[in-house]
Design a protein around this ligand. Structure first.
Ligand code: GLC
Length: 612
C-alpha cells in the first residue's frame, strides 16, 4: 500500500475506532484509538495537537490495538485492486429486504401516525420513478453490512469512474432526503455518524493540516487483507488532498449540519442531535467557520472550487452558495445545540453572525433594475464611513448582457462581492438556497422566483436548471477557468444544466407558494432524464445535449428527481426543510451597543426593509 495513503478504521458497533495515519516524507504518525464519540470527549479535542488516548505503538498494520470485527473471508479478485465499492454495494440480502418494499413511500412509518406515508402510498409510481428508486437502491454503499451512503454515479459502462465511485457528502443530501421522505432513516443515521467519525481524521497536504472540524468531500470503502484468509473494510476519506486542485470542501460540514437537522425533523429522532459526539461535531464545524481572522465582512472567505462548483470558476472570495449554506447551517446549529452554560457564548456568537450576515447579503448582494441603475451612476474613490459605494465598484463593471437581461420585475443575489468587484453572474444554487434559508427577505424571495420565471428559457430551457448564467467565453474563459477544457462555455460548471438542482428549486417554490413553477420544471425533466439514463449535467445554452463528459446514472440526478416528486406530493413535509424569516435577528445589532461614539451601522434599516 502506498505510504501516502491514510487508512481510517472504525467499527461503530465496537464503540471504538482506530485511526492510523501514514504520511509521506518518512514521518509515521502513530495510531491512536478514540472511543466512540457518544462517550464524553475532553474539551482538549478543540486543540488538534492534543490527541486523546495516545498509544505508543508505531508499527502498522501489525499493531492493531483493537481487533477489527468487520471482516470477511478473503476474496482475491477484489482485494487485489482495492476497488471495493462495487462489491460492498447492496448485495446483502437482509438489506434488500428492508429496502425493497415496493410502491411509493413503501417504507417504515417513522412518524408513527401512519397518515403521511399512507397518503404517499395512494399514488402509483410512474415508470421513471420506479426506475429511479431501483437505481438509487443499487447505488447504496454498505460498510460492515450497513448502508452508509450512495455512490456519486453508478454507470456500469463507465470504465474510468475517477472518484465518482465514492460517497460525496453534498451528493448524498438528496439521496438522504429521498430515503427520509420514504420513511427510511437508517442509512441517513449511519451516514451522519460515520462521516462524523471521519471528521477526526488527520488531514495534510505537504505536511500542513487544515482545521479539525473539516468534513471530507467524499469517502470510499476499501477492502484490505487482514491475513491470508480474511479481509477488512476500511473507510478512506478525501478531504481535498486527492481532489483536483487540492481544495477543501467548505460546503461538506455545512451540508452535514443541515442534513442532521433534516434527519431529526423528519424522523423525530432528536436524541441523535443530543449525543455528545454529535454536539462536539457541530461545535468543531462552527469553530472552523466562526474563528477570528482578518475578515472585514461577516461572509465566509473561501478559495475557488470549495463547493458544488469544485473547479476553478472565478468564485473565490465570498461566493453566494457558501454564504447561503453557512447561513442555514448556523440556523440549524442554533436550533440543535444543547443550551447550557458551555454553549451560551457560542449561541450569542451565532446570533450576531446571522444578523450581520443577512444584513450584508440582503444589502450588498441584491440587484434589480433599480439597484443596477444606482450602480451605473455610482461615484467612485469615496473615502469615508459614509460612502454609498462602499466597495468602490466601478460602473464600467456592469456587464453588457446584464443591462438588457435584467427584467423590470424581479431581481437576484449576485454571485460574489469583493473590493472593487461584483460578480454579476446568476448562480442558481446560491439564489435558491437564499430563499430556502430565508437569507433573503420575503420580498427578495419572491423577486428571485419572478426572475427565474421570466428568464425561464435562459435558466431552465430544455433541462432544469442552469448552474450559472451566463457562461464565461473567450478571454474570460481562458483567464478565469485557466483554459479548463471541461468548463468550456455552456458546459459543466460553466453554464451547464444540472438536474440535481431540481429538489432545491422545488423546495423554494413550495415555500413561496409557487408550486406550479416547480411542477413545470419537474414535468420537463421527468421523461427526458429517464430516456437519457439520468445524466449528471447537460450542455448548450438551452440544455439540449447530454453533457460532453457527463456521467450517466448520476445518483444526485436520480435522488433529486425523486425528492422533488415526493415534496410535490407532500408539500407539508417541505416545511421541515426550510426556514421562515427570523424577526428576532433583526433586533440584533452589535454595533448599536458600542459606546465608542463611532458612527453606527445602517442595520436599523434592515427591519423596515423586511416589512415592505
Ligand atoms: C463533480 C461536481 C461536484 C460533485 C461531484 C460528484 O465534481 O462538481 O459538485 O459533488 O462531481 O458528483
Amino acid at each position: 500500500m502506498n505510504n501516502a495513503i491514510k487508512i481510517y478504521r472504525m467499527k461503530m458497533c465496537c464503540s471504538r475506532i482506530l485511526i492510523q495515519t501514514r504520511t509521506v516524507l518518512g514521518s509515521t504518525k502513530f495510531p491512536f484509538p478514540i472511543p466512540n464519540r457518544n462517550l464524553h470527549i475532553p474539551v482538549s479535542r478543540f486543540n488538534k495537537t492534543q490527541k486523546p488516548y495516545f498509544v505508543s505503538s508505531p508499527i502498522w498494520p501489525k499493531s492493531r490495538v483493537f481487533p477489527a470485527t468487520c471482516y470477511s473471508k478473503q476474496q482475491p479478485n477484489y482485494v487485489a485492486d482495492y476497488s471495493t465499492t462495487v462489491e460492498s454495494r447492496i448485495n446483502d440480502k437482509n438489506f434488500e429486504n428492508v429496502y425493497i418494499q415496493g410502491g411509493v413511500g413503501g417504507g417504515v412509518d417513522i412518524q408513527g401516525d401512519g397518515s403521511e406515508n399512507e397518503k404517499i402510498l395512494s399514488r402509483s409510481e410512474t415508470v421513471a420513478e420506479k426506475e429511479a428508486w431501483r437505481l438509487l437502491r443499487e447505488a447504496v454503499v454498505t460498510y460492515c453490512g450497513n448502508p452508509v451512503g450512495t455512490l456519486a454515479a453508478n454507470d456500469p459502462g463507465d470504465k474510468l469512474p475517477l472518484n465518482y465511485d465514492q460517497v460525496f457528502i453534498r451528493d448524498f443530501v438528496p439521496s438522504a432526503l429521498a430515503f427520509l421522505l420514504k420513511g427510511e432513516g437508517e442509512i441517513v443515521r449511519n451516514f451522519l455518524l460515520h462521516t462524523l467519525q471521519l471528521q477526526s481524521w488527520e488531514k495534510t497536504v505537504d505536511c500542513y493540516s487544515p482545521g479539525q472540524g473539516l468534513m471530507p468531500a467524499s469517502f470510499k470503502i476499501r477492502t484490505v487483507p487482514l491475513d491470508d484468509t480474511k479481509v477488512e473494510e476500511v473507510l478512506d476519506p478525501d478531504f481535498g488532498e486527492s481532489a483536483i486542485g487540492r481544495v477543501a470542501p467548505v460546503d461538506s460540514g455545512l451540508w452535514w449540519i443541515i442534513l442532521l437537522r433534516a434527519y431529526s425533523k423528519i424522523t423525530g429522532d432528536f436524541a441523535m442531535q443530543e449525543r455528545v459526539d454529535v454536539q462536539t461535531g457541530i461545535k468543531l464545524i462552527l469553530n472552523l467557520c466562526l474563528s477570528d481572522g482578518f475578515d472585514m465582512f461577516p461572509s465566509l472567505l473561501v478559495t475557488d472550487g470549495s463547493c458544488m462548483i469544485d473547479r476553478r470558476m472565478g468564485i473565490h472570495g465570498h461566493p453566494l452558495e457558501i454564504q447561503s449554506l453557512f447561513y442555514s447551517a448556523l440556523r440549524c446549529a442554533r436550533e440543535m445545540l444543547a443550551f447550557d452554560e458551555g454553549s451560551k457564548n457560542l449561541v450569542r456568537t451565532i446570533n450576531n453572525r446571522l444578523s450581520a450576515l443577512s444584513f450584508h447579503i440582503r444589502e450588498y448582494y441584491w440587484i434589480d433594475m433599480k439597484k443596477i441603475n444606482e450602480i451605473y451612476r455610482y461615484k467612485t474613490e469615496e473615502y469615508s464611513t459614509e460612502a454609498t459605494n462602499k466597495f468602490n465598484i466601478y460602473p464600467e463593471q456592469i456587464p453588457h448582457w446584464l443591462m438588457d437581461w435584467i427584467p423590470e420585475e424581479g431581481g437576484y443575489m449576485i454571485g460574489n462581492l469583493q473590493p472593487a468587484h461584483m460578480d454579476f453572474r446568476f448562480f442558481t444554487l446560491g439564489n435558491i438556497w437564499s430563499i430556502v434559508s430565508s437569507l433573503s427577505t420575503p420580498k427578495q424571495n419572491n423577486s428571485i422566483l419572478n426572475l427565474i420565471e421570466s428568464k425561464w428559457d435562459d435558466l431552465v430551457g430544455q433541462m432544469p436548471l442552469k448552474i450559472v448564467y451566463p457562461a464565461l467565453e473567450l478571454e474570460e474563459w481562458r483567464i478565469i477557468t485557466g483554459s479548463d477544457p471541461k468548463n468550456t462555455p455552456w458546459s459543466y460548471h460553466n453554464g451547464g444544466s444540472w438536474p440535481t438542482l431540481l429538489w432545491q428549486f422545488t423546495l423554494a417554490c413550495i415555500k413561496m407558494g409557487r408550486i406550479e413553477l416547480a411542477r413545470k420544471a419537474v414535468d420537463l425533466a421527468e421523461n427526458r432524464l429517464h430516456a437519457d439514463h439520468w445524466p449528471e449535467y447537460y450542455d448548450t445554452k438551452s440544455g439540449r445535449f447530454i453533457g460532453k463528459q457527463s456521467r450517466l446514472y448520476q445518483t444526485w440526478t436520480i435522488a433529486g428527481f425523486l425528492t422533488s416528486k415526493m415534496l410535490l406530493e407532500n408539500p407539508e413535509k417541505a416545511s421541515l426543510l426550510f426556514w421562515e424569516e427570523d424577526y428576532d435577528l433583526l433586533e440584533i445589532c452589535v454595533c448599536a451597543l458600542s459606546k465608542t461614539g463611532r458612527k453606527l451601522c445602517a442595520r436599523g434599516a434592515a427591519k423596515s426593509q423586511i416589512l415592505v
